[in-house]
Every structure is written in structure tokens, then in C-alpha cells.
Design a protein around this ligand. Structure first.
Ligand code: NQM
Length: 348
């Protein structure tokens, strides 16, 4: 764990990509760790040219995995969102996409014994305290990323990774409806602020003067309005000043138009998402299932709920029991892209 090089695997989890580390391979002191990670990713720089970051929030991510320190789980997973052009490292959210790769990484590092056919592991998302169960194929006791599952936003097919969530309500510590209300009005726009694994502000696309079917490029102009909405929502949600943090996200909803249950356009936090995050989608669907929530009337209910996004659809299962969440799950794919030693940019 020196500037000489750090053991690291680059992994795709769902529609995100990140650098995976064992906790023991990084400095224990969070400030030293974050400084090292910024130099590994090449942040701050819009192109991250001198690091392994991919010049987008979806590819400027880090997962730190360790053996569980409690009896109810097998692994602990800490997610860090690194800025691209700003030197920020945030632990205020988890990432359900990178979560899909945690089991494969743990098997590769010898933290998790592989089953003869499939491997199931309980993973604590230490950012939020939520638990996830991940199941993925390990034929003959080895990880095999090949398979027939296609997910929107990723070319080709791969082995399915099933993710089931528990205890994700109120991931930021302020409950499923963190403002205490199912609807609020911010900047003259009706919103529902929800948190079932990811704090999200849900609004109707039409209320921001767009159709909700725009391309990612067309949505970029909405950045300042989204920032105003989400920073005010952050205060109402008990999150304080969120101007420098990656949550809450904002999702604009519109009637479905490609056979799904709802159409979405998501901002992370102000840059348009090319698809939608896993726990982001779980949170949005949770809101839309609640009578009185913004967009409830736009949802065409199915099970699973197919969430349309700019590059396809994401199917999520959410079961509510009145105002409580009984179950949530999603299918992803993941694979290791390389495994080796990463060299951080030297300190000046
Ligand atoms: O919501 C993007 C992603 C994510 C996070 C983001 C995620 C989730 O697409 O669980 O997966 O919200 O920044 O990877």
C-alpha cells in the first residue's frame, strides 16, 4: 500500500465500472486513503487522463471490500464516489451497480468460498447499513461471467447476478419519506422525496417543461434547475447542505412509451445518467407505488416493474406492505476486467 503500487481489480458492475480494493490493501486513515484514491483515478481532471477513472461519475467509483465484522453477513462493502473534475470523495451513498461485482471480487481474493454451482453471499453496504444478498454462478467452484442475461446499457450477454435487498429504507437516516410527507412543493414543482436505498427527488418531467423522453445530451441544459431542486430538497430531507455531495439524486418521470411501466430521466446529481442506478430505481419505484406520490398516476404497474431510461429498461421488484417495504430485488451482470497493480499519480 504505497505510491509504488496498490493491488486493484477493475470491475464492471451492472452499468457502472470501478476500482475494487481489499480494505487491507489501502491506508486505514480515511484522509490518506482518499488522497491515494484520487491519485489512482486521476481526479481532478475532466478527462482523468492520468488515472484509471473513465471521465464520468459512473466510471469514477471505488469499492472497498472486507470480511464481515458481524454474524449476519459474509462481506462488508464500502462504496466511494470520486469526483471527476473536482477532488471529492463521498461515502454518502452506496452503489447497487458495483454491488453486483462484489461477490465475484471476494471469491477472486479468497474472502468467499465459491459454491459448486452458485455462490450466495450476504453483503452489508456499510455506507447505509442496508443488507443485500447476492447470488451468482460459480460452476465447478469458479466464477464464470459468461451467460445469457442482457442488461440495457451493456453490450452482449453475461451471467446473471441476483441482488435482493433488505433494510434499505431510510438509507440516509431519515426514513422512507425523509421530509415526513408524500409530496412537497419546491421551486413551484411538486416532488416526492424518497429513500429506499438511495435518496431521490421524484418530479414529473412535464412540470419542468420537458417531455421526459429527451436524450442525455438534451438534458444537460437542465443542470441548474435540478441543482436548485435537489439542494432545497436536501434541506427538507434532513441532509443539510448537499451542494458538495452526490445525494439526493433527481429523477424526472413521464408516462411509459416503450412497453415499460414508467419512463425516467435521472441526474447524478446534476449530470444526466445514461440509464438509472439500481437503488435509485428501487427508490423511485417505491415512491411511485405509494398512493399520493408524484407520478403514482403515471405508473403502469407490473411485476417486475420495468423502468424505462435513456438506454433501455431496468426491471426491479418492489413489494410494499402498506408504508413498509417487504422486498426489493434486481438482476444485474458483472465481470472482472483486469486484476493487477495500479500506480497512483505521484505526489507533487
Ligand atoms: O443507485 C449511480 C449507478 C449509480 C448508483 C448513481 C447505483 C444505485 O448507476 O444503486 O447503482 O446513483 O450515482 O451505478
Amino acid at each position: 500500500m504505497t505510491d509504488e503500487g496498490v493491488r486493484c481489480a477493475l470491475m464492471r458492475g451492472g452499468t457502472s465500472k470501478g476500482a475494487f480494493f481489499l480494505a487491507d490493501d489501502l491506508p486505514a486513515d480515511p484522509r490518506a486513503r482518499d488522497d491515494l484514491l484520487l491519485r489512482i483515478m486521476g481526479t481532478p481532471d475532466p478527462r482523468q487522463i492520468d488515472g484509471v477513472g473513465g471521465a464520468h461519475p459512473l466510471t469514477s467509483k471505488v469499492a472497498i471490500v472486507s470480511p464481515a465484522d458481524g454474524p449476519d453477513r459474509d462481506l462488508d462493502y464500502l462504496f466511494l464516489q470520486l469526483g471527476v473534475d473536482t477532488p471529492t470523495v463521498s461515502d454518502r451513498q452506496t452503489c447497487g451497480n458495483l454491488l453486483a461485482a462484489v461477490g465475484q471480487f471476494a471469491v477472486a481474493r479468497g474472502l468467499l468460498p465459491a459454491g459448486p454451482d452458485h455462490t450466495t453471499a450476504r453483503v452489508r453496504m456499510t455506507n447505509t447499513g442496508g443488507l443485500a444478498t447476492t447470488t451468482f454462478p460459480t460452476p465447478g467452484g469458479r466464477v464464470d461471467p459468461r451467460g445469457t442475461t442482457a442488461i440495457s446499457g451493456v453490450p452482449g450477454t453475461a451471467a446473471a447476478v441476483q441482488l435482493d435487498f433488505a433494510d434499505t429504507e431510510g438509507s440516509a437516516g431519515h426514513g422512507l419519506l425523509p421530509t415526513g410527507q408524500v409530496r412537497n412543493v419546491i421551486d413551484g414543482v411538486e416532488v416526492t422525496c424518497v429513500d429506499n436505498g438511495m435518496p431521490v427527488v421524484v418530479a414529473r418531467a412535464a412540470d419542468l417543461g420537458i417531455t421526459g423522453y429527451e436524450t442525455v445530451e438534451e438534458l444537460a441544459a437542465l443542470g441548474p434547475r435540478v441543482e436548485s431542486l435537489r439542494t432545497k430538497a436536501g434541506k427538507l430531507m434532513g441532509l443539510g447542505d448537499v451542494s458538495a455531495t452526490s445525494v439526493p439524486k433527481t429523477t424526472l418521470v413521464a408516462p411509459p412509451r416503450t412497453g415499460g411501466a414508467i419512463c425516467t430521466r435521472t441526474f447524478i446529481p446534476v449530470r444526466p445518467h445514461t440509464s438509472i442506478g439500481v437503488l435509485g430505481a428501487v427508490s423511485v419505484v417505491t415512491a411511485l407505488l405509494m398512493p399520493g406520490a408524484v407520478g403514482h398516476d403515471l405508473l403502469s404497474p407490473h411485476d417486475p416493474v420495468e423502468v424505462e431510461h435513456p438506454t433501455g429498461k431496468l426491471a426491479v421488484t418492489v413489494e410494499l406492505d402498506g408504508p413498509r417495504v417487504r422486498r426489493a430485488g434486481v438482476i444485474r451482470t458483472a465481470r472482472m476486467l483486469f486484476d493487477g497493480t495500479v500506480f497512483p499519480r505521484p505526489t507533487d
